[in-house]
Design a protein around this ligand. Sequence first.
Ligand code: ATP
Ligand code: MG
Length: 437
Amino acid sequence: MHALRVIPREQHIISRKHISKAALRVLYRLHEAGYDAFLVGGAVRDLLLGGEPKDFDVATNATPDEVKKLFRNCRLIGRRFRLAHVVFGPEIIEVATFRGTGEEEGSEGERHIVDGRIVRDNVWGSIEEDALRRDFRVNAMYYDISDFSVRDYVGGMQDLDDRVLRLIGDPATRYREDPVRMLRAVRLAAKLGFSIDRAAAAPFAELGDLLGEASPARLFDESLKMFLAGHGLKSFRMLEKCGLLKYMFPATARALERGDEALRALVEQGLANTDERVAEGKSVTPAFLFAVLLWGEVRDQAQLLIEQDRAPDEAWARAAMHVVGEQCQRVAIPRRFTFTMEEIWSLQPRFEQIQRKKVFRLLTHPRFRAAFDFLLLRSHESPAMRELGQWWDHAQQLPHETLAAALPGHGSHVVEAELSSAPPRKRRRRRRKPTGK
Ligand code: ATP
Ligand code: MG
């Protein structure tokens, strides 16, 4: 057990200047009403590291109902984990009541553990208990609005200095309570550039399987935080290295294990581009990235169906449906994204059809941009693919008349479009003759 360490204001770098106005208002209001009020979790961790927190969470001894009475702009949410949300325009401050362990007398009922897993956690407790039920020691520090000190109950300061993620308590027990903590370890290590303590990483091999029972909706949320928050490539590499990729993206993990280097290059480039866009403040879409992750499997399945003499359109549609269906059992990708993914995939073979009408139809397709960006990522597949990407890049920049004149019309087959110095070479897919049965 760790002794409480209180770091007074003059010995740490957290200044109110770096805390959002909304969070400060919540902290002050609670404090004035006589409650304890602390900034907690990732915000304290990130501020102590000199970073900019993306959200500010508050912990208090006021119950959700008491919090609601103090703020007009407050709504109570969650069943599994009841919380107050105080809303200031686009900003939401999450206010959580200190949680206890539920092991004390008379605290039955609100904390449910099934097969070692926490399924409900609404037992109020002390701040010490609240610290102990958090995941990593660096995530369990409290910034006290009453005197601006930082309270460290579990040795989080030490870990910030060592740049390491250590779990609070026995790692295997903590992962059994909530397997998603394994993914949080990987994600936070990638985000902060920390290492994962040996004891915290050791159970991955044995307990990774438990991720199969985690809620697919929660795994979707977690996958967005991993891949679309600016540290996607690092998260992906760590996930694979830790042996956890296969629980989230089984098909992707299998293909990479088989040594599909073209797919690896595609995925790594896709993630690197996404990280770059995030760094530049540009928008990113989950659909594109999930399309990248699952491409190898979709392409192979479509190919197989085509070899079995299915019409290409049908083959692509079936392959996409099948791969998406399997994936969603692990990570629940919402329909609006899977729809876009299917479009991006099904447009890929159409880039190879260089005929006047078809070219213009594709250029004006609402999903052209995303599908074209995807085609560029596929440059790693073959030199022909690279040339095809260059051809379409060039085609987009030509005036329509020039492009139209250079393209063969419908029905012509042998002619190749002479557009640039690098005309596309038709990729010839060898069609296997149906085996006479
Ligand atoms: P991020 O920078 O992504 O916001 P974070 O650590 O703040 O990272 P949140 O999901 O915002 O992550 O959670 C806030 C805090 O709640 C954490 O710092 C941690 O103290 C606690 N917490 C979150 N998830 C868990 C969990 N699965 N088990 C235990 N504690 C958790
Ligand atoms: Mg947070």
